[in-house]
Each structure stands twice: as C-alpha cells, then as structure tokens.
Write a protein that binds this ligand. Structure first.
Ligand code: NAD
Ligand code: DAU
Length: 332
C-alpha cells in the first residue's frame, strides 16, 4: 500500500485515474490540482476522504511541490494545459504549466528519490498521412505541430534527461485520444453531445477527414497503473486501443445514437495546422505489461458517454455557454 501524488487529478483523465486507483488498489491519493477552468472539485465527489485528499495548488510552486513529493511514494503527473485550440489562442499557459511545471516536478523527485510517471500524448510525434499504413511506435521521431504538443514534447524530453543525467526513477507513456465521462465540453466528443443536448448543431472542423485513435479513459488509467507497477525505469510506453476513426464518422455516429439526422451539423473554420491522423501501435505495451483495453466497442463506449452527459447536465451546463462563446469568436 502506497501514497500516490496525482497531479491534475481533478481534470478529465486524472480524476478517472484516481477513481480507478481507489477501486482497484489499496493506495491512497493526494491530488495536486490548480483547479483551472479544466479542473473541477466535483470530479472527485463521492470518493473516500480517508483515501483521497485534494490540495489546490500549482505544479510550478516549487515549495509546495517539494513538500508534497517528500510525503509521497510515487508521483503520477497528469497536470497540463491540454487543449490545442486554446494553445493557438494563447500559448503562454502551455509553456508555463507543461514545461516549468514538469521541470518543478522532476527537480522534486530528483531530490527525494521518488518514483515518477509522466503522462503524455501521441501528438508529440506530429501526424501521419491519411493513406499511410504506418502507426506511431516508441521509435517514431518527435515532430510536434502545435504549441500544446510542442510543450508536451519538451516536457517528455525533460523527464528523459532527468532519468539519464540524474538517475530519476521515471517512466513515460504516450496515449491517443481519450473519451469518457468528466471530459470538458471544449473537446470534440463532449462538445458535440452537449450541443445536441442544448438544441444547437454540432460543429465540424473542415471536411472532417482527420483521423483520431480513440481510447476510453478507463483503459488509459488501467494502462498507466500497469506502467507504474511493472514498467521499466527509463522506458516510454505507447498506449492505444486500435480506435482509429475520422471525425465525420464519429460525428455521424453521435447524431445517429442521439436520434438526430446524420447531416444535422455545421462545417466551421478549420483548426490552424490541424494534424491529419494519429495512430498508435500499442502492441509492445500490451505484450510486455499484459494490459488489454476493455472498451473495444467504440459505439457502445460512445453510447455510455452520451448517457453520462445526458444524466449530468448539472456538471456541464454551467460552463457550456462560456466555452461556446470562445469558439464563436474564432469562427468555430
Ligand atoms: P484536462 O485539461 O481535463 O485536465 C488537466 C488538469 O490539470 C486540470 O484539472 C487542471 O486544473 C490541472 N492543471 C492545469 N494546470 C495546472 C497547474 N499549473 N498546476 C496544477 N494543476 C494544473 O486534461 P486531460 O485531458 O485530463 O489530460 C491529462 C493529461 O493527459 C495531460 O498531461 C495530457 O497531455 C495527457 N493526455 C491527454 C489525452 C486526451 O485525449 N485528453 C491523451 C493523451 C494524453
Ligand atoms: O491525441 C491525444 C490528444 O487528444 C491529447 O493530447 C489532447 O490533450 C486532447 O485534447 C486530444 O487532442 P485533439 O486536438 O485531437 O482533440 P480535440 O477533442 O480537440 O479534437 C479532436 C478532433 O476533432 C480534431 O481533429 C479536431 C476536431 N474537432 C474538434 C472540436 C473541438 C472538430 O471537428 N470540431 C470541434 O468542435
């Protein structure tokens, strides 16, 4: 039984991970989260307060980070500015949190000799052509496109350097696009579901040919836990569930599952520098860690997610209008 420090544990994937830990292990968790627009105390509602504590604070606060790391057996680092569209409007919070924040954490784990796991994204590899049979592997060179993905790539490199130069006991994972409950309504799938639930039309960037590789957040959590338990120090693990689908197909599926005509959406201004396709080859992670995704039927995962947003209007309605106002300003 150990004490985990989970940064960003009040966000989408972090809170799913905390729930996964409390349900599947004996560990206790301290969440360190700044509670930005993307973090929400309510994401941790109902969890046993004897095993889960929330500290509202910033990962760039070296003193606070040092004191929390000193009291922890391992750190799992999810905290980040995570949304590409925001990074195109204002890159600074991405540089600050993703780079300085990760630097602050690796310095603290170096001083205390604490096990560290860094959660990252497949976007560090850039994008693939639509007709390219290739997928990302551990050997794919880094080639990030956006301010978001370039700061995540930089944070990965900091962790690797601290492992090699200072002997930090670190691992990394790069995962594909997550979906599931508690995802902010700025992101593609929840934005479209909540648009339909609000009586407005879904918004598709460009022609919708861009491909994303979808994985349920709970499968991502289970994989991160396996890396923490059995991952080799210094290694990078790719996490994916063979969930490639183009945006137009995903949007039409959402509309159909919600009982709406499949062409009832607006085409809006495309994202600048929009990555074409992501695809993870997660075979090595599966073989070595014995992890397998459980949500293998994307359509039924989407149906559960639609149900969750339908039943949790009180969770997303307060932030919906402000989120859409930002998109309207950008013509999206
Ligand atoms: P999110 O935006 O939903 O949550 C991020 C959390 O970090 C929020 O709770 C926020 O309050 C917190 N945070 C932000 N800045 C902070 C700071 N300076 N100090 C402390 N806390 C801070 O993001 P998410 O989608 O849950 O992503 C979590 C992690 O997983 C990120 O590192 C992201 O790069 C990575 N990731 C995401 C996906 C995806 O599809 N969403 C896929 C692969 C990897
Ligand atoms: O690949 C992993 C990454 O997935 C994570 O690192 C990021 O944190 C996460 O946000 C996600 O990035 P994307 O940019 O792929 O996700 P997003 O939900 O913003 O968009 C998914 C696709 O849908 C993308 O091709 C853009 C498109 N899109 C998005 C929105 C918000 C639309 O067509 N319409 C929209 O309204």
């Amino acid at each position: 039984m150990g004490k985990l420090l989970v940064t960003g544990g009040a966000g989408f994937i972090g809170s799913n991970f905390v729930r996964h830990i409390l349900e599947n292990t004996e560990h206790s968790v301290t969440v360190l989260d700044k509670l930005t627009y993307a973090g929400n105390r309510a994401n941790l509602d109902g969890l046993d307060p004897r095993r889960c504590e929330l500290v509202a604070g910033d990962i760039t606060d070296a003193e606070l980070v040092d004191s929390l790391v000193r009291d922890s057996d391992a750190v799992v680092h999810f905290a980040a500015e995570s949304h590409n569209d925001n990074s195109l409007r204002d890159p600074w919070p991405f540089v600050h949190t993703n780079l300085i924040g990760t630097y602050t954490l690796v310095e603290a784990v170096r001083h205390h000799g604490t096990r560290f796991h860094h959660v990252s994204t497949d976007e560090v590899f850039g994008d693939l052509e639509l007709d390219d049979p290739a997928k990302f592997t551990e050997e794919t060179p880094y080639n990030p496109s956006s301010p978001y993905s370039s700061t995540k790539a930089g944070s990965d490199l900091l962790v690797r350097a601290w492992v090699r130069s200072f002997g930090v006991a670190g691992t990394l994972s790069n995962c594909s696009n997550n979906y599931g409950p508690y995802q902010h309504v700025e992101k593609f799938i929840p934005r479209q579901i909540t648009n339909v639930l609000s009586g407005s039309k879904p918004k598709l960037y460009g022609a919708g040919h861009n491909v994303r590789d979808w994985i349920h957040a709970d499968d991502h959590s289970a994989a991160v836990l396996r890396v923490l338990e059995a991952g080799e120090i210094g290694r990078t693990y790719l996490i994916g569930a063979d969930g490639e689908a183009d945006n137009l197909t995903v949007l039409r599926t959402i509309l159909r599952l919600m009982g709406r005509p499949e062409d009832e959406f607006d085409h809006v201004t495309d994202r600048a520098g929009h990555d074409l396709r992501y695809a993870i080859d997660g075979e090595r992670t599966r073989q070595e860690l014995g992890w397998e995704p459980q949500f293998t039927d994307f359509e039924s995962g989407l149906r559960n997610t639609i149900e969750w947003y339908t039943e949790h209007r009180d969770w997303w309605e307060p932030v919906k209008e402000a989120t859409e106002a930002k998109y309207r300003e950008a013509g999206q």
